[in-house]
Design a protein around this ligand. Structure first.
Ligand code: FEO
Length: 179
């Protein structure tokens, strides 16, 4: 059974993950409008991942006999000045999510809630990976520079990340099948 404080904090996390999913969907649509197919695919996938993060928390709360609340969704930002500004906004969002996960961990540890502490470990690793990935993309943008032709190469680099991620995911699926 979850204590009330942890249940409330987990519900806040549901809202954060859901808002991240909507924000990335809006970013995907913006990228698609700019003809940045690689970046659009990256954010469509990212949006689906954030939804999965949200769903995992909903199922966890219910499994622990708590009460999962589905929140109202914030209207996501639909326009950006540049691809660099967009990815900087993503990094800020991910840092906010990481900070919230750390706060949740402090709450679960305070109340000796070992189950929630264990559950959150997956999110700690996920956040580390996500932040690192966005920093890598920001480094690439810095190296290539901004401007018309640069956008083409930035998009190609992001698409390489899409392909690496797809390869990793199918390897993980194969490993799970053979386990
Ligand atoms: Fe689930 Fe990227 O935060």
């Amino acid at each position: 059974m979850l204590n009330e404080k942890t249940n409330i904090a987990l519900n806040k996390q549901i809202a954060l993950e859901g808002n991240a999913s909507a924000a990335y969907l809006a970013m995907a649509a913006w990228c698609e409008r700019q003809g940045l197919k690689g970046c659009a695919l990256f954010f469509y996938e990212q949006s689906a991942e954030e939804r999965m993060h949200m769903m995992k928390i909903i199922h966890y709360i219910n499994e622990m006999d708590g009460h999962a609340v589905i929140p109202e969704q914030e209207k996501p930002r639909a326009d950006f000045d540049s691809i660099q500004e967009l990815f900087q906004a993503v990094l800020l969002k991910e840092k906010e999510v990481t900070a919230a996960i750390y706060d949740l961990l402090s709450i679960s540890k305070e109340s000796d809630d070992h189950s929630t502490t264990l559950f959150l470990q997956w999110y700690v690793a996920e956040q580390r990976e996500e932040e690192a990935q966005i920093r890598t993309i920001l480094d690439v943008i810095k190296l290539i520079g901004s401007g018309g032709q640069s956008l083409y190469f930035i998009d190609q680099e992001v698409d390489k990340i899409n392909k690496e991620k797809a390869k990793e995911e199918s390897a993980e699926e194969l490993e799970a099948e053979n386990y």
